[in-house]
Design a protein around this ligand. Structure first.
Ligand code: URA
Length: 212
């Protein structure tokens, strides 16, 4: 698995404001959107393109277009939804699928409660959006699910990750080639409740408010 951590002062600045507990939900959503657009730039570095020719007012120009089948963007509900606009802004022709996964807070097991994806992902590049890579359980499940459907290149886009989650993910997908991880920051550790420290709290709650 290739891990890329964005090293840019604007990214660090936006992550700092995201972390701040005084940042309101509307501000938080706007910042996630901006950060994901920056992450998407890096995450799509190996997006497949094919040669195309266009006519400028002056002459013919050779360029590239995004290859078919179209890339698929998959936000992991609920918090991944806050990352969707930022990603599709950069690849507006991508298709979008949804995976609903949640962690059972007692057992920490991952439960898939919703899925809306094409049955056949053969030859697809897939971008999985999940802001917080904590234990790694959700992303391992998501990657295995997508791979079973035929996805051949999977890039996970996260905002924060715990070192424990990165290690677990590396181990959990060690047998799978072509998995990339793009992050805005790698944090210190997980706490006993599997929250990222210092982190930013519950990303879903900060985006959308607390739902019991
Ligand atoms: N999910 C979150 O939203 N925050 C964490 O710190 C860990 C998992």
């Amino acid at each position: 698995m290739r891990v890329t951590i964005l090293d840019h002062p604007l990214v660090s600045h936006k992550v700092t404001v995201l972390r701040d507990e005084r940042t309101s939900s509307p501000q938080f959503r706007a910042l996630v959107d901006e950060l994901v657009t920056l992450l998407a730039y890096e995450a799509t570095r190996s997006i497949r393109v094919e040669p195309v020719t266009v006519r400028t007012p002056v002459a013919e120009a050779r360029g590239v277009g995004i290859s078919r089948p179209r890339p698929l963007v998959v936000p992991v509900l609920r918090a991944g939804l806050g990352m969707l606009e930022g990603m599709t802004r950069l690849i507006p022709t991508a298709e979008v699928g949804f995976l609903g996964m949640a962690r059972n807070e007692q057992t920490l097991d991952i439960v898939t409660y919703a899925e809306r994806l094409p049955d056949d992902l053969t030859g697809r590049q897939v971008y999985v959006l999940d802001p917080m890579l904590a234990t790694g359980g959700t992303l391992i499940e998501a990657i295995r699910f997508l791979r079973q459907r035929g996805a051949d290149h999977i890039t996970c886009v996260c905002i924060l990750a715990a070192p424990e989650g990165i290690d677990a993910l590396e181990e959990g997908v060690a047998d799978l080639p072509d998995v990339d991880l793009v992050l805005a920051a790698r944090d210190e550790r997980l706490n006993e409740k599997a929250y990222i420290v210092p982190g930013l709290g519950d990303a879903g709650d900060r985006l959308y408010g607390v739902v019991d």
